[in-house]
Write a protein that binds this ligand. Sequence first.
Ligand code: IMP
Length: 442
Amino acid sequence: MRRIFRDPLMGCSRVSTTCVIGLQWGDEAKGKLVHLLAEQHEIVVRYQGGANAGHTVVSGTETYKLSLVPSGILVPNVRCVITGGVVLHPPALLAEMDGLTARGVQIGENFMISDRAHVIFPWHLLEDRLLDSERGNGESIGTTQRGIGPCYRDKVGRNHAIRLGDLFRDNFPEQVERTVAAKRAALSGICSGEDLATLDVANIARDYQELGARLRPFAGDTTSYLLDATESGKRILCEGAQGALLDIDHGTFPYVTSSNSSGVGISNGSGIPGRWINKVLGVVKAYSTRVGGGPFPTEQDNDIGQQLRDRGNEYGTVTRRPRRCGWLDAVAIRYTARLSGVNSLAVMLLDVLSGLPELNICTSYELNGERTRNFPSQVEDLRRVTPVYETLPGWEEDISGVKARSSLPKNALAYLARIEELVGRPVEIISVGPERNQTIHG
Ligand code: IMP
C-alpha cells in the first residue's frame, strides 16, 4: 500500500515568512524597516552579502550602524540568524558584536550563525583591492573592498574556500597553509612584497582560530533550524542586503555584488523553500542612488543630484563615499519588483523631496530609436538608453511629521499613486524620516 505523506505546511495557514528586498542599487533604508517589522516576528534572517552592507537604525535616542548583524538584534525576544549564504569576516563581525554589547544590546541565545558560512580572510581583502582596479575596460566596479567578491569566487571555485565550521577543526592550520601557498603564487605578480608579507600562515591561523573560538557558541546548522521554524509556523523575517539591481545574475552585471541580492536569493541564501515565502516587501527610495561604478540612466550629475545628496545625507554607511543621485527610475523598479515577487512597496525618504518644484519619474527608456519598458539585459545597452521622463509637480510642505497618508500634500499623494501605477504594486508603507514614528502605514 502506498504511504501518504502529508505536506507539513498544507494549506499554508501556518506559514509566515516575510522578506524585505531593496529594489534599487542598495541603501533604500531597509534597516529602518526591518527594525520596525522585527517586532511582529520571532526570527530575523540575514541570508546574503557580508560586511559590504550598512544598515542604519534609529532606536529611541540611539543610532546604530549595523553591517553583518541583522537589525532584529535591537528588538527583544527576536532570534537573529546569519545563514550560510552570507560571507563572514570574523574580525568585522566580532567588532560589531562587541560594539553592540558595550551599548547594552544582548547577544547570546538570540543569535545564531551558520557553520556553512564562508569566511573572508586577509587574502580576500587584498584581492578585492588589487583586482577591482585591474579590470580591463577602464571602469572599476568600485567595490566596498570588504573581500566579498573574492570570497564568493572561492566558494564557487571550491579549491580555496574555508567555512566557519572549518575554523573549529584541528586541521585548520594546514588548510590555511595550503591556501596561503596558492594565494601567494597567484598574487606574486601583481602584489607588493609588503602586501604579500601580510599573508603569514602562523599569524592568520592563530588569529582566526581565536576568532573562531569566540564565534563557536553561536555556530550551528541554520538551514535545519529555519526549516524546523518554518514548519512549526514561526514568524520569520528575511532581511535582504544591497538592492536587486546589484544581483549577480539579474542585475547590471558586471557592476553588481557577488550574491543574489534580488528576491531570487532568499531561498538559496537561507534554505527556506520559495513556496514557503508568503510576502515580499519591495523597498524603494523616493529617488535613486548608486554607489560605485556602472550605468545609472537617471543620474543627475548636477545641482539636483547635489541637493538630493545633501538633503538625503547620501554618503555610504560603510565607505562614506558620496552616493550618485538621480530621479526615480520606474522602469528599473518595475523590473526588480517583478523579479523579486514583490507584493507591496515601501517608499522611503519621501521627505527628502519636499521643496523641489518639480519631480521627474522615468517611465520608459528610449533605445535604438524605440521606446521600451523593459530593463536591458546588457550593460552596454543600459549605458545607451535615454530615460523618458514624466514631470510631476512637487510640494513645499515639510512632511516629516505627517502621520497619515491622507494628510500628505496632494502632490505627494499623486507622486505615490504614479509609482503604484508604473510599478504595478500598492504602496503599503511610507517613510518620512529616520525615526520609527516617522512611518505611515497603509
Ligand atoms: P562589493 O559588494 O563590495 O563587491 O561591491 C560591488 C558593488 O556593489 C559596488 O558598486 C558597491 O558600491 C555596491 N554595494 C555593495 N554593497 C552595497 C550596499 O550595501 N549598498 C549599496 N551599494 C553596495
